[in-house]
Design a protein around this ligand. Structure first.
Ligand SMILES: [Zn+2]
Length: 288
């Protein structure tokens, strides 16, 4: 006789896709840079869920449990599997299909040419910082994450996630976060409760803070004028962690907000409530 929970595991994803009405869950988007959600009706403490060999976050939602995987921007369209490693030693696999998504180009002019073509000293600094960034990105703590994010700053979205970027007509990495334009000094809120992993000045990102929200969910805030926290600090959702600025490689004051899940940068827009940024809602209404 087949085990009943195996079949039940398969009634998943589409449920979330249709029923996204409240903001408690991130929005599912099976595209590069998006999020895949998996319902785990028979979840038991100790069960571990993996996506592309990386352990992913599992949290309670609506009397059940949900696993959340970040889908990297470089993910090719096609089939991928969640692996559910149960406490009894059994591993169950369940498939999702990642679709193609077109990302546009963005061309920016940076006055400080060193921020586009760093000199030898800069390159050494960048290499050291890259190790620090990787370490923060890999953070995995057992805390159950609060994925009900709030907007860290509200304002005009000046650049979206995933754009193919050209600085002074030279191609660089795609845009890894969401840019929210705001005046210098605007307070930046912690998107969810967490612990400060790292905080400091970086060559490209300027003054930056990383927050660990638990189980591989990390948020980062870049180009700040002021940092108001230090590594190890525990913050609550909405606590002020810094101020908007224009430090690092920028064209003007804004917050670069990025979200990492299972060591993968994802589009923060899928984590944020749709009605949490008045200016954006106003803009959408004008368009309609
Ligand atoms: Zn940015």
């Amino acid at each position: 006789m087949p085990e009943p929970h195996i079949t039940r595991l398969y009634l998943f994803i589409s449920l979330f896709f249709c029923s996204y009405v409240i903001h408690a869950l991130p929005e599912q988007a099976l595209v590069p840079g998006g999020i895949a959600l998996l319902q785990l009706p028979d979840y038991e403490q100790g069960t571990e869920v993996y996506f592309k060999n990386k352990r992913i976050a599992v949290f309670p939602y609506d009397k059940s449990w949900v696993a959340m995987a970040g889908i990297g921007l470089s993910t090719k369209p096609g089939d991928y599997e969640f692996s559910i490693r149960r406490t009894d030693g059994l591993t169950l696999n369940t498939k999702i299909t990642v679709e193609y998504k077109k990302y546009d180009e963005q061309h920016l002019t940076i006055k400080n040419k060193r921020k586009v073509n760093p000199n030898k000293n800069d390159s050494e600094r960048i290499a050291t910082e890259s190790i620090r960034k990787k370490k923060a990105k890999k953070r995995y703590s057992e805390t159950i994450p609060d994925v009900d994010f709030i907007w860290p700053v509200t304002g005009r979205i000046s650049s979206i996630f995933g754009l193919r970027r050209f600085f002074n007509e030279q191609e660089r990495r795609p845009h890894s976060g969401l840019d929210i334009a705001a005046a210098k000094g605007t307070p930046i809120k912690a998107t969810a409760s967490g612990t400060v992993i790292d905080a400091g000045n970086f060559f490209f990102s300027g003054n930056m803070v990383y927050l660990d929200h638990g189980q591989g969910i990390v948020s980062l805030y870049a180009h700040m004028s002021k940092i108001r926290v230090k590594p190890g600090d525990v913050v609550k959702q909405g606590d002020i962690i810094g101020e908007v600025g224009q430090t690092g490689r920028v064209t003007g004051p804004h917050l670069h907000f990025a979200v990492i899940a299972n060591q993968t940068l994802i589009d923060p827009a899928f984590m944020l409530p749709r009605d949490g940024n008045t200016e954006e809602v106003d803009k959408r209404m004008k368009k309609d």
